[in-house]
Design a protein around this ligand. Structure first.
Ligand SMILES: *[C@@H]1O[C@H](CO)[C@@H](O)[C@H](O)[C@H]1NC(C)=O
Ligand SMILES: *[C@@H]1O[C@H](CO)[C@@H](O)[C@H](O)[C@H]1NC(C)=O
Ligand SMILES: *[C@@H]1O[C@H](CO)[C@@H](O)[C@H](O)[C@H]1NC(C)=O
Ligand SMILES: *[C@@H]1O[C@H](CO)[C@@H](O)[C@H](O)[C@H]1NC(C)=O
Ligand SMILES: *[C@@H]1O[C@H](CO)[C@@H](O)[C@H](O)[C@H]1NC(C)=O
Ligand SMILES: *[C@@H]1O[C@H](CO)[C@@H](O)[C@H](O)[C@H]1NC(C)=O
Ligand SMILES: *[C@@H]1O[C@H](CO)[C@@H](O)[C@H](O)[C@H]1NC(C)=O
Ligand SMILES: *[C@@H]1O[C@H](CO)[C@@H](O)[C@H](O)[C@H]1NC(C)=O
Ligand SMILES: *[C@@H]1O[C@H](CO)[C@@H](O)[C@H](O)[C@H]1NC(C)=O
Ligand SMILES: *[C@@H]1O[C@H](CO)[C@@H](O)[C@H](O)[C@H]1NC(C)=O
Ligand SMILES: *[C@@H]1O[C@H](CO)[C@@H](O)[C@H](O)[C@H]1NC(C)=O
Ligand SMILES: *[C@@H]1O[C@H](CO)[C@@H](O)[C@H](O)[C@H]1NC(C)=O
Length: 463
């Protein structure tokens, strides 16, 4: 027998996230979480120092003048100077801070400022994302190109010329004043060059500079002011890179047990951008698939997880999955996409209410009538004890708070018990639930005389 003290307090279990770094290794650099295969320090990352496809991260300790010194620490790819802004295992991506190219002129067409840039990820697990990045040029007398001459030997670019600013649309990088183009797959390095046809002399007043950048397309929104002001200056430019394990396909990699990176309860998937593969927890598991005990069972029954159990159903967590079933007194399969749970009128659940410190003593059995707008319950007091703990076995749903008013014996020698208010411990989710609130239905006058509020003085028991 389960006895629950009222009022019920819902205890939400704390969610303990499985670790993402190797045991004993630094999991955070500043606010950035560094998941294995990446890691800081010897033995904490996959691969060896300075090796091909090393997953080494350098964490530069932040400025000690700040009180929370570690939150200002910054992470860098390898041992270099490319700062990491975000890291993710699924999708296997990192976002790093990048640069931009620009060229500015004075009103007579002499170049006053010029910067081009290049990035190279050769020998690293990183490849510039062809789906998330765009090569963007800004200007009304602008030609810029992005190229790579080692592995691919390609050049691509964008040109933008415009006579007046009236045709430039704020917010839309669509060819006038701003142009964007895609980059190829499997790109590990690039150079950006920038130039101009008329040195901006024809539109200098409104547009003295050209800009060119490879950046996360979600980050960039073209603004009219980009033509007249250097909006890139001082801002962090994010560029997205995909990463992969090794340079083999899943089929080849799995045959080399020693180097195969995917742990238990995970699966392998070829990289979508260049050679190599990635590991992902199988359905029903979460965590870091690159760790030996990384992918851990998801408790789909935990509060806040959107499982497919219907309301009222019992959720049972299983290893790698879960099951829904209906509680006693209900029929159906318990699934939201199935037959759900419907109350079975023939076998309603038995819930006992043990009344504590009840100040009245009864000597006869009585019935309790509950009525609601959609169902009628008839509760019978089956156990009578001439002491302050009578038990009512009833057909009540799990209650968390209610008020019982006791009436007098009626002419038949029955005592009516009026439940004047009740609330379900699951917060009413639908109008249907609210309708379960039962109103006193008979003996209103008697009720007034003998009514007694015994809120919080009883226990509820289930058997
Ligand atoms: C720490 O911050 C101060 C002020 O921002 C700066 O002058 C100094 O160079 C910084 N030191 C380091 C090690 O970054
Ligand atoms: C900063 O990080 C180091 C490890 O890199 C750790 O030992 C130290 O406790 C951290 N300090 C704070 C204030 O978090
Ligand atoms: C235009 O700029 C280029 C440098 O980008 C310079 O070599 C050339 O002389 C300039 N032309 C004029 C007319 O100033
Ligand atoms: C532009 O720069 C050139 C070279 O520095 C200079 O000769 C010329 O006077 C400048 N023009 C203006 C309008 O400042
Ligand atoms: C262009 O759009 C940005 C927001 O995207 C807005 O802040 C800015 O004021 C707009 N500029 C003009 C000239 O409409
Ligand atoms: C960016 O800002 C720095 C310092 O504020 C300035 O020296 C530089 O000229 C700016 N760059 C451009 C392209 O305006
Ligand atoms: C694949 O990686 C191995 C080291 O992990 C390296 O020796 C080999 O050259 C790479 N092959 C290609 C085609 O890049
Ligand atoms: C990986 O790529 C190879 C070669 O393209 C292909 O044969 C294989 O089916 C792919 N494996 C997976 C798991 O996608
Ligand atoms: C569950 O669904 C709600 C509403 O659609 C959403 O806000 C919440 O993030 C979801 N939770 C999970 C764990 O998916
Ligand atoms: C799921 O629950 C139903 C109903 O209780 C039961 O018949 C079924 O065997 C359960 N399935 C699993 C996989 O436990
Ligand atoms: C309902 O969905 C669950 C999981 O989404 C699935 O396992 C089950 O087979 C589905 N049932 C029906 C009857 O479609
Ligand atoms: C129960 O409630 C319904 C609807 O409000 C009503 O029609 C019915 O008469 C009630 N039954 C009793 C026994 O009071």
């Amino acid at each position: 027998m389960l006895v629950i003290s009222l009022p019920l307090s819902l205890v939400v279990a704390a969610i303990t996230d499985p670790p993402l770094a190797l045991p004993g290794c630094q999991e955070k650099c500043g606010n950035l979480i560094i998941p294995y295969p990446f890691g800081v320090g010897k033995g904490c990352f996959k691969g060896h120092d300075n090796s091909y496809h090393s997953y080494q991260i350098t964490c530069a300790v932040g400025n000690s003048s700040s009180s929370n010194s570690n939150s200002s620490s910054k992470a860098y790819v390898g041992t270099g100077d490319i700062e990491i802004l975000e890291m993710s295992l699924d999708p296997p991506e990192i976002i790093v801070s990048s640069y931009y190219a620009f060229q500015c002129f004075n009103s007579s067409g002499a170049e006053t400022l010029m910067q081009t840039y290049w990035m190279t990820m050769g020998g690293t697990p990183f490849t510039f994302s062809a789906t998330r990045n765009k090569f963007i040029t800004i200007g009304c007398d602008t030609m810029a190109n992005i190229g790579e001459y080692v592995d691919n030997d390609f050049m691509s670019g964008c040109m933008s010329l415009c006579g007046d600013m009236k045709s430039v649309r704020n917010g839309s990088c669509s060819g006038i004043g701003c142009c964007q183009t895609s980059i190829p797959y499997n790109l590990k390095r690039f150079d950006v060059a920038i130039g101009s046809l008329y040195n901006h002399t024809r539109i200098w007043q409104s547009n003295p500079c050209s800009f060119a950048v490879l950046a996360d397309q979600n980050w960039f929104t073209f603004k009219l002011s980009d033509l007249s002001v250097d909006n890139f200056n001082k801002s962090t430019i994010p560029v997205v890179m995909d990463w992969a394990i090794g340079n083999q396909t899943c089929e080849t990699a799995v045959r080399h047990k020693k180097s195969y990176a995917c742990g238990p309860n995970s699966y392998c998937s070829n990289s979508t951008n260049g050679p190599g593969y990635g590991c992902f927890c199988t359905h029903g598991f979460q965590g870091n698939p690159y760790l030996p005990r990384g992918c851990q069972d998801i408790d789909e029954c935990e509060k806040g997880y959107n499982n497919s159990c219907s309301p009222k159903a019992i959720c049972t967590n299983l290893y790698g999955s879960y099951n829904c079933s209906c509680p006693q007194g209900y029929y159906g399969d318990g699934w939201i996409n199935g037959s759900r749970c419907t109350r079975d009128q023939r076998s309603l659940p038995l819930i006992s209410i043990i009344l504590d410190s009840l100040p009245l003593v009864y000597d006869a059995s009585f019935s309790l009538y509950l009525n609601s707008t959609y169902e009628t319950f008839i509760l019978k007091l089956v156990e009578m004890t001439p002491n302050p703990s009578p038990t009512i076995n009833g057909l009540l749903e799990s209650l968390s708070h209610y008020q019982i008013s006791l009436g007098r014996k009626n002419t038949n020698g029955e005592i009516s018990v009026f439940i004047t208010e009740m609330y379900f411990h699951e917060v009413a989710q639908s109008d249907e639930d609210k309708r379960d609130v039962v109103k006193a239905e008979e003996g209103e006058e008697n009720l007034k005389e003998a009514s007694l509020t015994i809120e919080n003085q009883f226990h509820m028991a289930e058997r």
